[in-house]
Design a protein around this ligand. Structure first.
Ligand code: GTP
Ligand code: MG
Length: 430
């Protein structure tokens, strides 16, 4: 079902999967960090003992693991889901992003509007911030932005090279997408730059999803296709969505339902052929779930009103807008499922492998320390047993000896007694 602003009502966004996975893997690394610091203090406590159970090499190795865990934890904190929007000038890329953010954050307009890459991401401050790269340096100019109007005027002053990236950190509490760790990247029209390879390597290699914003009033252009050919050459099976935008135009001039159906089928066939046959990024069945007929402008109008709590004047929307709003919401839902799944896979799978590797290595090291402790204990034990049995032997010898001596003494005593007795008898006889 549909809410007033044309969004699907749902108890839980698929984007939460990413947040939950991130929290889980973060907790696991907190545990791993604890094991490592425990192991470190244990090894340090025994490294100087005389038994040579462990060495300073082991200590250094554990330090290395510590650094690795910290590195991964830092990366985890930075990991976000990234979606990049491409398409020809004026197809409505910036409008699509605004509709998804439910407010007019990015400037839109007729003609060539967006003239460099714009990245919108969430921040915890309740003010916006704009980070503008200073050409020919690694520095950025940082500007605090209080309102959307102020952002618009700040952006209109920006004069940057079209492949530079300007970051806008926007209060995440105001937008669900930003709160759920989605980063949105707007681009200049792909027809205005010959430097597409550079764009891809600079801004797209880590994108989880690409959205091609096409114009349903015309048809997919070769420049748009070429760009995505390059993308899919550099990335294996990129996730691509195609938005046939400006679909509200199909209602203009009140064409017959039959005509609209035919035009839609033509767009659908071409877009499918592009994704399935030309790029080979999805199967025929999946392709259906990647192509949407929308009006970003209508979706934006409906959402801005929804956010303000004012009813959308029907005059602002064209005939058949319900269906297009629904389609936009369906796109968002599919997009959310796709991006969270892909980001969990590409970002966290590698961390999981690394984490496991560290635990295995640490386990092995502690195992070796334990083994040498056991064998040290056993050899001490053996020494003790040996000493004890030697003692036993000596005792027995001593016993034998003393019993010999006692027997001899007994003999002597007996002999003396006898002698004394016979001497005594002789004396009496005399
Ligand atoms: P550049 O930044 O110049 O590359 O263009 P863009 O692709 O970002 O297009 P933008 O969002 O600025 O939209 C261009 C114009 O088309 C604006 O005037 C929008 O209001 C209008 N527009 C965008 N989407 C739609 C739509 O779905 N229907 C209609 N009728 N107009 C739209
Ligand atoms: Mg734009």
């Amino acid at each position: 079902s549909l809410e007033a602003g044309g969004q699907l009502m749902s108890p839980k966004s698929p984007l939460k999967v990413f947040g939950e996975a991130k929290k889980k893997i973060n907790d696991i690394f907190t545990d791993i960090e604890k094991y490592i610091t425990d192991a470190k203090s244990f090894v340090s406590s025994i490294v100087n003992l005389e038994y040579e159970l462990t060495s300073t090499d082991d200590e250094e190795f554990i330090d290395e693991l510590c650094n690795r865990v910290c590195g991964i934890q830092e990366m985890l904190n930075r990991d976000r889901m990234k979606v990049a929007f491409f398409g020809r000038t004026s197809n409505g890329k910036s409008t699509v992003i605004n509709a998804m953010l439910k407010r007019r954050i990015l400037p839109t307009g007729m003609g060539h509007t967006t003239n460099c890459f714009l990245q919108v991401e969430g921040g915890t401050s309740d003010e916006g911030t704009m980070y503008e790269p200073i050409p020919d340096s690694n520095e950025e100019q940082v500007r605090s932005i209080e309102s959307i109007n102020q952002l618009a005027s700040a952006l209109s002053e920006v004069k940057l090279n079209e492949s530079s990236l300007l970051r806008i950190v926007w209060p995440q509490d105001k937008c669900n997408l930003l709160r759920d760790d989605v980063v949105l990247v707007d681009s200049p029209g792909i027809d205005v730059s010959p430097d597409l390879d550079k764009w891809i390597t600079k801004h797209c290699l880590d994108a989880d999803v690409f959205v091609l914003v096409a114009n349903a009033e015309s048809t997919l252009m070769q420049t748009e296709k070429n760009f995505f050919h390059k993308v899919s050459n550099m990335l294996s099976k990129p996730n691509i969505f195609i938005l046939q935008n400006r679909w509200d135009a199909s209602a203009r001039g009140t064409p017959s339902e039959e005509t609209i159906k035919l035009v839609k089928q033509q767009h659908l066939d071409r877009a499918k052929a592009f994704l399935v046959n030309e790029l080979g990024v999805v199967s025929k069945a999946e392709a259906e779930k990647r192509i949407f007929f929308v009006s970003a402008e209508e979706a934006l109008i409906a959402r801005v009103h929804q956010e303000a709590g004012t009813p959308t004047p029907t005059s602002a929307l064209s005939e058949g807008h319900q269906g297009r709003l629904f389609e936009f919401a369906t796109f968002e839902r599919r997009f959310e499922e796709c991006i969270s799944q892909s980001a969990v896979q590409t970002k966290f799978a590698q961390h999981a492998v690394n984490g496991k590797d560290m635990v295995v290595k640490l386990h092995k090291l502690i195992g070796i320390v334990r083994e040498s402790a056991v064998s040290c204990y056993e050899s001490k034990q053996q020494q003790r047993i040996d000493a004890a049995s030697q003692l036993d032997y000596v005792e027995k010898q001593l016993e034998l000896l003393t019993s010999d001596v006692r027997a001899k003494i007994d003999e002597v005593v007996l002999d003396i007694e006898k002698k004394v007795a016979s001497a005594f008898t002789d004396e009496i006889r005399r």
